[in-house]
Design a protein around this ligand. Structure first.
Ligand code: ADP
Ligand code: ASP
Ligand code: MG
Length: 637
């Protein structure tokens, strides 16, 4: 259906169609909804098609990709292709650099890696020409993809659309290089491994595209990586929130930042196979099922755990540790702070193992200022997580996961939970077993009974909420942090068990017992005690459930020979909500910093892509929220 017809049926589409004609702005600022003057203009729908490395790995595949784009154009669409480097070319370039020097300068690395995509776009454009259609290839710089200057992790600031639009109106297929941009000084930058997805969705967002198709070597998004688990099931639909979490927890099928864009700008994404025409998975606002507690599982094989031992337990100390790490743009996950002995705490967290060296250097640099005793680390660990939009409203999800791991003989070193995910840190040697166990425990191979079918999925771009959001985004800051709220949950209580043996089955037993007592748990964190391999477990409950929780905790303590149980009441949970909170590494740091300035101690913290939660003294919660609102004023919508 043409865009004019669409526009009549759907005012949101009219907005988009008119908007797209007036594109060419440096970043995506909305225009007012115009009266139906657009009908005199020739409007076509626009689609962005992204082809990953394996989809352009050789001449035949390049030709097949070219044919797909030409077919879409002949069906009446304007087509923008986003193309990755051929096959494993990026890895080959990385290998070459490694043969020249151990620590190549970041700028030169980006200069090198960007050549992979440049080869592909030229070849794809040639293939289109030889098949009789018109195409123009463009580098990141040529599409006006302006980024900040963080080489290898650059964030998109703005995209100028004029050139692309001009070429499209002249009947060209535009073939844009994925993964790359330029900074203010015209240096070539790259967005991070897998970043072509982000280029594609960002282009779809600013061009007002009707669809963004991600062509890859799997036929959609699965409940977990089908290469790791053949019984994984392809889902017809997955929500932005779930995909965002899964992607950042290891589901490599999509670059997580591309989902931040999709969610922010309401871009529907269709993930599908390059090698067939079957329908794949739609990533949209709604989830597949309204009841299923878990919709996917993910594993990050190469994680490292770092524990800073003996951190003086006064406000501000965690902040010093995490600012040093955030300054290196390293995303810290699974943060667990345990109150240790004699007013000293142990802070454990995980980072990708490739970032361990840089993380240790960053922490070492502040050890003296912090006044901590020592640092330990373990890089033989993996993170196994489950994700599901309906998790927050259901009981026993955590204990079901822990029981599955216990039955598989897997020892859980650390646990963190947030509203839609539970992550566990397990020995690397047991990661595959752990993933299979949790996948099975939540019946992920089976389609939920209330699953939405392909025909029910809303595939149009829904701009209702997006308009409000976009209009409030600052100019030149497409990928800037976007916070949607800062709130307080009052009347919370905390229970902490110390000296929990670090062996399989304890967490399962503990949370099954608590569940059986009818106690609903919100946050759970488990991390190292720092004294000979035992761990501490803390969880929060509603305040009225504290007494019952302490009684249950006592029975667990006796059964497993733990050290002690502590309860804390009059605490509140402060929640910062938004999009892409984990990938913006400074959010947790700013939160710590603000609370430290207010001399507020953070008792527990958890982070996800959607929220950062801190458990603090209830009496200080209102001050904290007011000050956080001020501190984050630039990012709050
Ligand atoms: P491309 O080069 O097309 O960007 P990627 O290798 O980045 O492709 O992503 C596709 C791969 O993602 C698949 O081959 C698959 O092994 C992996 N993957 C990881 N998690 C999932 C998942 N949940 N669903 C589908 N594929 C997944
Ligand atoms: N070529 C880059 C990589 O291999 C970007 C991408 O494929 O998305 O990571
Ligand atoms: Mg990819």
């Amino acid at each position: 259906m043409g865009a004019v017809a669409n526009a009549k049926a759907n005012p949101g589409t009219l907005f988009k169609a008119c908007h797209s004609l007036a594109r060419g702005t440096r970043s995506f600022l909305p225009l007012p909804i115009l009266p139906l003057d657009c009908s005199s203009l020739s409007l076509m729908s626009l689609i962005v098609q992204k082809f990953g490395g394996t989809s352009v790995a050789d001449v035949e595949k390049i030709q097949a990709a070219a044919r797909k784009a030409i077919r879409a154009q002949r069906q009446g669409h304007q087509v923008v292709m986003v193309v990755s480097a051929m096959g494993k070319n990026t890895d080959a370039l990385l290998g070459l650099a490694g043969e020249i020097c151990d620590h190549p300068p970041a700028r030169e690395m980006d200069m090198l890696l960007s050549t992979g995509e440049q080869v592909s776009v030229a070849l794809v454009a040639m293939a289109i020409h030889s098949l009789g259609a018109k195409a123009v290839s463009l580098t990141g710089g040529q599409i006006g993809m302006k980024t900040d200057n963080s080489f290898s992790k650059a964030r998109i600031q703005s995209i100028s659309t004029e050139r692309i639009e001009g070429l499209l109106s002249d009947g060209n297929i535009v073939v844009a290089a994925g993964f790359q941009g330029i900074d203010d000084d015209l240096n070539i930058t790259t967005l991070g491994r897998g970043g072509s997805d982000t280029t594609a969705v960002a282009l779809a967002a600013v061009l007002g595209a009707d669809a963004c198709e991600i062509y890859t070597d799997v036929d959609g998004v699965y409940t977990t990586d089908p290469r790791l688990l053949p019984e994984a099931r392809r889902v017809d639909v997955i929500s932005y929130d779930e995909m965002l979490e899964l992607a950042s927890l290891g589901a490599g099928v999509m670059h997580s930042r591309s989902i931040e864009f999709a969610k922010k700008f309401g871009v529907p994404i269709h993930v599908r196979s390059s090698f067939s025409d079957t329908e794949g998975t739609m990533i949209v606002a709604e989830a597949e099922s309204q009841t299923q507690p878990v919709s996917g599982a993910a594993m990050t094989p190469d994680e490292a755990r770092v524990t800073v031992i003996g951190v003086p337990d006064v406000p501000g100390k965690s902040q010093q540790v995490f600012s040093a790490i955030a300054a290196c743009k390293i995303a810290v996950d699974m943060v667990v702070q345990n109150v240790g002995k004699k007013g000293r705490a142990n802070i454990s967290f995980t980072v990708p193992s490739g970032e361990l060296e840089a993380t240790l250097a960053a922490v070492e640099s502040v050890m003296e200022t912090v006044g901590a005793d020592s640092i330990t680390h373990d890089n033989q660990v993996s993170k196994v997580s489950v994700v599901g939009s309906n998790m927050a409203t259901q009981t026993s999800v955590a204990s079901r996961m822990f029981r599955a791991l216990a039955n598989a003989g897997v020892n859980i070193h650390m646990i963190t939970t947030s509203e839609i995910k539970i992550s566990t840190l397990v020995p690397k040697s047991q990661a595959a077993v752990a993933l299979r166990a949790v996948h099975e425990a939540f019946d992920l191979h089976q389609r939920p009974q209330d699953a939405q079918s392909w025909s029910e999925i809303k595939k149009d771009r829904d701009k209702a909420d997006v308009d409000t959001l976009v209009s409030r985004l600052r100019d030149d800051a497409l990928e800037a942090l976007t916070l949607t709220g800062i709130s307080i949950t009052e009347k919370q209580a905390r229970v902490t068990l110390h000296g929990v043996p670090d062996e399989p089955g304890i967490a399962a037993d503990m949370f099954e017992t608590i569940g059986a007592a009818g106690i609903f748990i919100d946050m759970i964190v488990q991390g190292y005690d720092g004294d000979g391999g035992s761990t501490s477990v803390s969880f929060t409950v509603d305040e009225p459930a504290l007494q019952a929780s302490l009684e249950v905790a006592q029975t667990i303590l006796q059964k497993h020979g733990m050290r002690d149980v502590q309860g804390g009441k009059e605490i509140a949970k402060v929640t910062v909500s938004g999009i892409g909170l984990r990938s913006h590494t400074h959010v947790a740091t700013m939160l710590f910093q603000q609370l430290a300035e207010d001399a507020i101690n953070v008792e527990m913290i958890n982070t996800s892509e959607l929220q950062v939660n801190a458990v603090i003294d209830a009496k200080r919660a209102v001050d904290a929220v007011e000050d956080l609102k001020r501190a984050f004023a630039d990012s709050l919508l």
